[in-house]
Design a protein. Sequence first.
Length: 212
Amino acid sequence: MKKNLLLNTQAHTETLAITEIGNNAEHEAMQIMFNNIEIGLERVSHIVHNMTIANEPNVPILQSFDVNACVKAIAQKLSKQLPNNITISLELTKLPHLFIDVYKISQLLKNLINNANEAIKTGGEICISTLHNGSFIEVSVSDNGSGIELHLQDIIFDPCYSTKKEGAETGLGLAISKDIALEHGGELEVSSIYGEGSVFTLQLPVDDIIIH
């Protein structure tokens, strides 16, 4: 219902924006105002869309799967979309199959790779590595980008927080990724040195996978 209301508001705004209003000066001023309103509504629409995904009550679709296959598929897909001066490298080790929601884990990896891409300003490398560490497997996405200041590392997973330029992103990517990790009984952590780069590490338990 809220989504429909938002769409109706956008439609009415677009109609008003093309309506003839007074003299040229008044029309120009109103046009600028309506353009700003449309930009704001588009941003709100994007936030609502992401929040709908984050709060969707659907039951995860679990299947026994090799996480390395997710990594390879997402890396291959996104490598074609990245700038030419950014490369993706893989360092994969043999992993046991886990019961995971393949779509959600793939979305998590996509978010981390896109986040790394945003952090790299003038070209560099994104490295994705996997490791079987006792009762967990680990998937790490590292970059040699701008890094994250120490005082911000505790809040980057908060919903709607973003280090990007205002208006560029909703700040839900890392929050959604954290939730996906927790749904699988795992964890998502960050290690970063400001000015040198960051490493985001996903941990998933090998046994007793917990899905809430």
